[in-house]
Write a new protein. Structure first.
Ligand SMILES: Cc1cc2nc3c(=O)[nH]c(=O)nc-3n(C[C@H](O)[C@H](O)[C@H](O)COP(=O)(O)O)c2cc1C
Length: 185
């Protein structure tokens, strides 16, 4: 069992966070969420507030006394899903001015997996440079780009193609998305 931090921002695509939290729980892991203030509003707007029902705890984004703000905490890693360009910019520049960006900074300094799932289109040069900076610092950037080669029959199946990648890069085993060439592909 691993303990995972789930940062949620005000980008569109809360369903990615919901499906990730649901699968983490099914796999027996602990999920601790940090929604930004805008995330709470966009989750509500996109009807994804169910995400919190899969979480073991939800921290206030301004609570710097939370466990995950410290490098001595015992979290296996963090995913920022979906990640806005604003929060991406903060994380890429070491701006730890809320609990989400601080926790991401802690993961980088402690060399723990930090998976970032940006959601925007198109990207401008600063977005791309921020993703490159984060990659150089050790983060894994997984854009919210689902694949279609396993013939997904629902939005949830499509979303799970991205969730499978996130789980893999957090170092958590799963059987969500069969490898290419496996019998049911
Ligand atoms: C419905 C809605 C959808 C949005 N989608 C995106 C998005 O996909 N990507 C993005 O970077 N910002 C998006 N935004 C704008 C962010 O919410 C805004 O930049 C906010 O400051 C992000 O704050 P946060 O990073 O603290 O959550 C969206 C806003 C709304 C209201």
């Amino acid at each position: 069992m691993s303990r995972v931090i789930l940062g949620i921002t005000g980008a569109s695509g809360g369903i990615y966070a919901t499906r990730l939290a649901m699968h983490l729980k099914k796999l027996g892991h602990e999920v601790w969420a940090i929604p930004t203030e805008t995330a709470r509003k966009v989750l509500d707007y996109e009807k994804q507030t169910d995400v919190f029902s899969y979480c073991d705890g939800v921290w206030d984004v301004n609570d710097f006394f939370a466990e995950c703000a410290s490098g001595s905490s015992s979290f296996a890693g963090m995913a920022v899903v979906p990640c806005s360009m604003g929060t991406l910019g903060k994380m890429a520049n070491g701006i730890a001015d809320n609990l989400l960006s601080r926790s991401a900074d802690v993961c980088l300094k402690e060399r723990r997996p930090l998976v970032i799932v940006p959601r925007e289109m198109p990207y401008h040069a600063i977005h791309l440079e921020n993703m490159l900076r984060l990659t150089h610092a050790g983060a894994i950037v997984i854009p919210a780009c689902p694949h279609f080669y396993n013939h997904p029959e629902s939005i949830e199946c499509l979303v799970d193609t991205v969730v499978a990648k996130i789980l893999s890069h957090l170092g958590l085993s799963h059987s969500l998305s069969p490898n290419w060439g496996a019998p049911n592909v």
